[in-house]
Design a protein around this ligand. Structure first.
Ligand code: GUN
Length: 300
């Protein structure tokens, strides 16, 4: 029997309903400011969606758009203003930043109490000590997706493929906190196939289309696909077995795929997230939850 689909959109809607109900009862509107520097088209979409979703759920969501010529000092000054603004509960600086700005200095400058991305070293430290307060949104969303299947994490073998600060490392910390036995695999892992095949839970976050094949998956595993790769006609051979994606590719000239060879892996796994409609919708939902948490803590 093919794997059941983990409906990210539905789980995200549940999280959003929880957040908006809690905000309605709160008596004030938590404020989220999403900062974008420059005109990266993906960042434009993300930052706009984050501000819009905030407004939809009863938060005050706004965008601060700075030109791509912004200096590091100017961005740090803006972060400082937002840190001091009592109406701002959550600050998010969309990555990547233009090359003249060191993202580490910007992340370090955000007030940890307002760091709704969970990227500040203080929050990363708390996370790895098993005291996550503001955990990074995408991995937190993945945990919620795994929980939505009813499959228990405790005692399971989990393999995270990818070791980024945004997804791989915090994902491993969250799985460990939930008592999984965790391996982080990456581009230099030897015998990747046999390492991933040990896993009851696989989280793929490498940014490489078709990287995770059916041969790498233990029958019955839960597979979470964080990848978001836009592929063009060069991928048509690799996609030939996926009729839906092939159709989209022919229609649009490109198509969004994850890191997992979805159609083949689906035949082996017990649960799997689609791309799009899996992890993606969860990231924004968890950001709203983090903003609510930040507001409650800071104003307590
Ligand atoms: N760029 C890609 N993912 C993220 C994210 O979760 N937060 C921010 N701020 N930038 C990103």
């Amino acid at each position: 029997m093919p794997a059941q689909i983990i409906e990210g959109k539905k789980v995200a809607r549940d999280v959003e309903a929880e957040v908006s109900a809690e905000i309605a009862a709160l008596g004030f509107r938590p404020g989220l400011v999403a900062v974008r520097v420059g005109n990266d088209p993906a960042s434009e979409v993300y930052v706009r969606s984050k501000a819009k979703k905030a407004e939809e759920l009863g938060l005050r969501g706004s965008q601060r758009i700075l030109p791509d010529t912004t200096t590091e000092a100017e961005l740090l000054a803006e972060v400082d203003r937002l840190n001091r603004d009592p109406e701002v509960d959550g600050i998010l600086v969309q990555l990547p930043l233009p090359k003249q700005i060191d993202p580490r200095r910007v992340i370090d400058a955000i007030d940890p109490m307002k760091d709704v991305d969970g990227f500040h070293p203080t929050n990363v430290g708390f996370l790895h000590m098993g005291r996550p307060v503001l955990a990074p949104c995408t991995p937190a969303g993945c945990i919620r997706l795994i929980d939505s299947t009813g499959v228990s994490i405790e005692g399971k073998r989990a393999v995270v493929v990818g070791r980024s600060d945004i997804v791989g490392k915090p994902m491993a910390a969250l799985l460990l906190q939930r008592h999984a036995t965790v391996t982080i695999a990456h581009s230099r892992t030897a015998q990747l196939e046999s390492v991933v095949r040990e896993a009851d839970i696989v989280v793929a976050a490498v940014g490489k289309a078709f990287m995770i094949t059916d041969r790498m998956i233990r029958p019955g595993a839960v597979v979470i696909d964080v990848g978001m790769n836009r592929v063009g006609p060069e991928a048509s051979v690799l996609l030939a077995h996926d009729h839906e994606k092939t159709h989209l590719l022919q229609k649009n000239g490109s198509v969004l795929v994850g890191d997992v060879d979805f159609v083949r892996v689906r035949e082996v796994a017990s649960w799997i997230t689609p791309v799009p409609g899996g992890v993606g919708p969860m990231t924004i939902a968890m950001l709203m939850k983090n903003t609510l948490e930040a507001a409650k803590r800071r104003r307590a």
